[in-house]
Design a protein around this ligand. Structure first.
Ligand code: GLC
Length: 450
């Protein structure tokens, strides 16, 4: 369904989302617009947030969602529904690690802005433990949190308080070139070795420059990729009490040996060790790779004629697994929440914004942009619609593996994983010693438990 013509939310024509779009009735927009507005009077001298003429302006820190203008589309619809509140967008870095570091510097320094920030799903323990985000469950009723898909609220919680209002979910998917597989008469791979051999074949036959691109740079995204291979190999990274690393195992060895072999076999270019999401995605949408591992939104980007050379040629499937394992492979759980700065001067306006962003209108807009909605009813509507973006239709069919983000020291735990995995990928250290170093660095970061 398309966004209703009378709606204040318009779909982005650049995304050609119409073919896959789900619409909402105008009434849903009106219903979701019932939030109260803030009349807070103080303002941060260092920012443009504040109240003037009965209008409260709040700063929203958010990294780019997808195509240009996607964040503004949400803001415009929110402001139309809430005329007493203006949103000033602060564009945040796309790299989640850089994004977090900048926010921590600002908020721990007492900055009153940004008022609301879009933050990763792996941050609640760290931000909650260090007073970097407001405990939302003290200000919003249980009924507010009941509408989200199962697991999201507990993932956004730390020590009994909810810190994040789920905005959208991410899962890893396998994107593939339908045209190339058809030309070479190859099936969509369901196991990792099958993917590797098909990638090698397609490159050797001269059908494409690169076989398989993914996020192998030394940063958070590599932890996500590693978790997917590791879970398929039957491994874990920490024990259930978060007191010890379990990465240095037979499964760890199997997973990392395979990841390194993707490069040495020629299935993946050596440059994957420098790729984050944008580089992997742009290689694929430029037509220079047969396979891509990326998040849900890569679908919309691959079908955007303004930037993609592979419109109409892309298929999406759950990630593969290792032979002998049943079902599809594992997708890492990603996604982004909305958090409130504990020093904000505009709490009521902030909460109104959070409520609207978890309403049907905003969640439907996000779904049409190929983000997995966090509100269960909207997520289900997309999952059961044959015209929804394909990743949203198959999301529920994949197996999920979370990162060990329950510890406030997750950033150091993850760094121990991605830095050593990256060293093994680039061949600067052996797989065995990378796992052993990762394990001891993780144990120091865990420091004996939660
Ligand atoms: C995506 C995910 C996020 C993850 C990041 C890693 O943005 O949503 O959870 O940490 O990728 O690069």
């Amino acid at each position: 369904m398309k966004i209703h013509s009378k709606s204040t939310v318009k779909r982005n024509p650049r995304k050609r989302a119409g073919k896959y779009a789900i619409t909402i009735a105008t009434s849903a927009l009106v219903l979701s617009a019932c939030g109260s507005s803030s009349t807070s009077s103080s303002s941060a001298s260092t920012s443009a947030s504040g109240t003037s003429g009965g209008i409260t302006t709040i700063n929203w820190w958010a990294s780019p969602l997808g195509g240009a203008g996607d964040r503004q589309k949400l803001i415009t619809a929110f402001e139309a529904a809430n005329p007493n509140i203006k949103i000033k967008l602060i564009s945040a870095p796309t790299n989640t690690d850089t994004n977090r570091a900048q926010l921590i510097t600002q908020i721990s320094g007492g900055a009153t802005t940004p008022d609301v920030f879009m933050g990763d799903v792996i941050w609640p323990a760290q931000f909650g433990a260090h007073g970097l985000a407001l405990p939302l469950s003290k200000y919003l009723p249980a009924s507010y949190f009941a509408k989200f898909a199962p697991g999201l609220v507990s993932g956004a919680s730390y020590k009994g308080q909810v810190y994040g209002s789920p905005l959208f979910s991410d899962q890893g998917f396998l994107y593939y070139r339908k045209d190339l597989l058809a030309k070479a008469n190859l099936p969509v791979p369901t196991t990792w070795p099958q993917l590797e051999s098909e990638a090698v074949t397609l490159v050797k036959d001269g059908l494409v420059q690169n076989g398989f691109v993914w996020e192998g740079n030394s940063y958070e995204g590599l932890t996500c990729n590693f978790m997917e291979y590791l879970a398929s190999a039957g491994g874990t990274v920490v024990n259930s009490g978060y007191s010890a690393s379990t990465i240095n195992s037979a499964a760890g060895l199997k997973a990392l040996t395979f990841m390194r072999s993707l490069i040495t076999s020629g299935a993946s270019p050596a440059s994957v060790t420098t790729m984050q999401e944008p580089q992997a995605e742009s290689t694929f949408v430029a037509g220079n790779s047969a396979f891509l591992r990326n998040w849900t939104y890569a679908w919309a980007d691959s079908q955007n004629p303004a930037t993609s050379k592979v419109v109409g040629k892309v298929g999406v499937a759950p990630l593969p697994t290792f032979p002998g394992q049943s079902g599809p492979g594992y997708s890492n759980i990603g996604g982004w929440n909305l958090y409130v700065n504990p020093h904000t001067k505009h709490l009521q306006a902030d909460l109104t914004f959070l409520k609207w962003m978890s309403g049907t209108a905003a969640q439907t807009t996000l779904g049409n942009l190929s983000f997995i909605p966090t509100v269960e009813s909207v997520r289900q509507a997309f999952a059961s619609s044959t015209t929804a973006p394909p990743p949203l239709q198959i999301a529920a069919k994949t197996k999920l593996v979370p990162r060990p983000s329950g510890t406030p020291n997750y950033a150091a735990v993850s760094q121990a994983i991605y830095a050593n995995v990256n060293a093994a990928l680039s061949g600067s250290t052996s797989v065995a010693s990378a796992l052993s170093t990762a394990s001891s660095q993780m144990n120091s970061a865990l420091g004996g438990g939660l």
